[in-house]
Design a protein around this ligand. Structure first.
Ligand code: ME8
Length: 581
């Protein structure tokens, strides 16, 4: 077969890397303060909460590998409000006991899930209470609050006020007509009380200008368009307090003991509290990059930037928005009994298996569906078979008896030239040069996808390369090559060297998504912890005429299969066969 010139095949990445300053994210030395939403403690965490945390964690880990820029990842729990007050009453416990318990569940889950958070904030902490009260005082000091009689619909599960146009009528469980939020379907109640109002309407124009001048501030792009459309509608002033007689579980309005600060103002300020507000936030603000679900986009893309502008601070640099997970096509809800417990998922699929599934299948632009068979099929095919199988094959003692990173031979795999022919290329084929070109481009491609909040696409491109490498290995069938023949041995070692080099690149790139498995993979290859950063991503240096520090090095110990194949539980097998209801 005619070998094609390698240079022709070394394609540039699909898109150039974004300029860090424009997107405000990953340039070396740049700060970032990534955050997840802070989660309500009215119920235990589910896979949707975990998904937000994993997205933020993968971004955080990825940036950490790009360079030692100072970065933080904040998460935590949102513990005030009517919803928590009511949940505690229903559970026969006090709000503070409920908060301690459920906040602990979130913290444990994220630790177990290897979410590398640097800050965990609880809104019941004194540092936060102080930050919220200072923030309130700043709003008041700038004349942006006034007291008025608020009358309207309030949705306690969503903790928000709704206009007439945002509600509809539906029968409740007993068939009685009841008013619900159009967006969430939760019941709303008419409230009439004296509240403090924030002059949100004054910020319609500044918000529009901010968005028009920062086209990438909200991604993915469809969500940016949604926010622009919201800003074409009326933007009424926002009620930012509740009567204390109705809501005791919250931060009191400074100087007015009859009012409690609205839980969303309280919650949003958490990002500033983490940054050190009111004394030390300037080092970190506005390097805030928020990961949020689409359900809370309005709070983060309209209310929050307006509140920040109101106190003279810049809006966040970046808002990453993701859609929702459904289960067997249905919204997760307690009443349907289909809420998926992430801890049970870890037991069934392993932590990395489930991390991989959520990040590989989760597409921020659209809702994604979870079901057991899908996880098992994906994880088995991509992690156990394609990646684990490849590692197993190229490190097997039968193929690599000396257990070292073998030598690369330039005469077997020549560097491409425009006039290369079969002779000149040694034993490498056109597809082999394609593989080299693909893996050469991969780090830039992966970084580009991470920058654009398309982690699923980054994983897709890694998997495509893993499959190409399996093809390479299969094509050259090193198990058929004879070690005793010097020419054959040279080629056999080269095939192994190229395969190990591919695996090394995949291991480094997969660290943000499957940290434990990537560690196992890299350790098996004998790659030291200090050799796993993005600066170590030079692929196949020997092909490019440079020395390879790993050549001749002993591989790490064999600690068993990289990733265990997952079994469909017997219960499900019976269900699938129709032998169980
Ligand atoms: O809204 N799929 O907290 P919350 C994916 N405390 N993500 C989901 C999801 C699903 N099915 N369900 C929830 C609050 N989420 C406020 C936030 S921030 C200053 C205050 C994720 O406990 C998603 O990120 O209701 C969503 O935005 C968040 O959990 C809502 O969590």
């Amino acid at each position: 077969m005619l070998s094609l010139p390698a240079r022709c095949l070394l394609r540039p990445p699909r898109r150039p890397l974004p300029a860090p300053s424009r997107r405000g994210s990953s340039g070396p030395g740049r700060r970032w303060l990534l955050s997840t939403p802070i989660f309500y403690v009215n119920g235990p965490p589910h896979i949707g909460h975990l998904y937000s945390a994993l997205l933020a964690d993968a971004l955080h880990r990825h940036r950490g590998l790009l360079g030692p820029g100072p970065g933080r990842l904040a998460t935590g729990t949102d513990e005030h409000g009517l919803k928590i007050q009511q949940a505690a009453a229903a559970a026969g416990t006090s709000p503070s006991e409920l908060c301690v318990h459920v906040s602990g569940l979130f913290r444990d889950l994220f630790s177990r899930a290897a979410v590398s958070f640097t800050d965990f904030i609880r809104t019941t902490e004194p540092r936060h209470r102080r930050a919220v009260q200072c923030f309130w005082a700043a709003l008041q000091g700038r004349g942006l609050l006034y007291k008025d009689f608020y009358e309207g619909w309030y949705c306690t599960p969503d903790e928000c006020f709704l206009t007439q146009g945002q509600i509809t009528e539906r029968p409740d469980a007993q068939g009685r007509p009841c008013k619900v939020s159009l967006e969430s379907g939760h019941q709303v109640h008419w409230t009439k009380e004296e509240n403090y109002m924030f002059k949100l309407s004054e910020f319609q124009e500044p918000l529009r200008k901010w968005l028009q001048g920062n086209r990438h501030v909200i991604s993915p792009e469809p969500f940016y368009q949604v926010v622009l459309r919201w800003l074409e509608e009326d933007l009424p002033d926002l009620s930012v307090s509740r009567e204390r007689s109705r809501l005791q579980w919250g931060i009191p309005v400074p100087g007015d003991s009859t009012q409690t600060i609205y839980v969303w103002v309280d919650a949003l300020v958490n990002y500033l509290t983490v940054a050190g507000y009111p004394d030390a936030h300037h080092a970190w603000w506005p390097a805030a990059h928020h990961v949020v679900g689409k359900d809370i986009l309005k709070f983060h893309a309209i209310y929050w930037p307006a509140l920040l502008m109101a106190v003279g601070l810049d809006p966040p640099e970046q808002i990453y928005v993701h859609s929702h997970w459904t289960v067997h096509g249905q919204k997760m809800s307690k009443s349907l009994g289909n809420v998926v417990d992430p801890v049970a998922c870890f037991k069934q699929y392993t932590v990395d298996g489930f991390r991989y599934f959520l990040l590989r299948q989760g597409v921020p632009e659209r809702d994604c569906d979870y079901y057991e068979e899908k996880v098992i099929k994906l994880v088995n095919s991509e992690l156990a078979d394609a990646l684990g199988g490849l590692l197993n094959r190229c490190t097997a003692p039968s193929i690599n008896p000396s257990g070292i990173y073998p030598h690369f031979s330039e005469s077997c795999f020549r560097k491409g030239s425009d006039h290369m022919d079969v002779e000149a290329s040694g034993r490498a084929l056109a597809e082999d040069y394609e593989l080299v070109a693909s893996v050469d481009c991969l780090p830039l491609q992966v970084t580009d996808y991470f920058e654009h909040f398309q982690i699923y696409k980054a994983l897709e491109s890694v998997v495509a390369c893993v499959r190409q490498t399996n093809g390479f290995f299969q094509r050259h069938a090193p198990w058929k090559l004879c070690r005793d023949n010097p020419a054959e041995k040279c080629w056999l070692d080269t095939v192994l060297h190229v395969t190990l080099e591919c695996l090394r690149i995949y291991g480094i790139l997969l660290q943000p998504v499957i940290p434990a498995t990537a560690d196992k993979l890299l350790s098996r290859l004998g790659i030291k912890p200090e050799e796993r950063a993005f600066t170590d991503l030079t692929f196949l240096p020997r092909y490019h005429g440079k020395p390879c520090p790993f050549e001749g090095r002993r591989l790490g110990p064999d600690t068993g299969a990289l990733f265990p194949r997952l079994e469909t539980p017997r219960r499900r097998q019976l269900e699938i066969k129709g032998l169980r209801p």
